[in-house]
Design a protein around this ligand. Sequence first.
Ligand code: FES
Length: 98
Amino acid sequence: MPTLTLLPSGKTIDAAAGATILQAVLAAGEAIPQKCDGKAECGSCHVFVHDGRKTLSKIQRLENEKLDTLVGVSSKSRLACQAVLGDEPVTVELLSFV
Ligand code: FES
């Protein structure tokens, strides 16, 4: 079972392997923007992955296309609704801008 550490709070939650970051955050009762309900259409679930990037699913076309439209994207950017957790710990920074 991977752990997911949320920044800036530093809270660590247990997550199910195979869940998206978005699903894990919501299951833990934490808030995260998700205006399109996880369809990679809104970009509101944009996060920075600080650790564990290689354990996540690879970026697919839909996610890549949406990331290309967002402001403030970096090499650490992922859409929480598209990034599927593997077996290793992951640290993500929850962002408040879209
Ligand atoms: S919830 Fe809309 S892109 Fe992730």
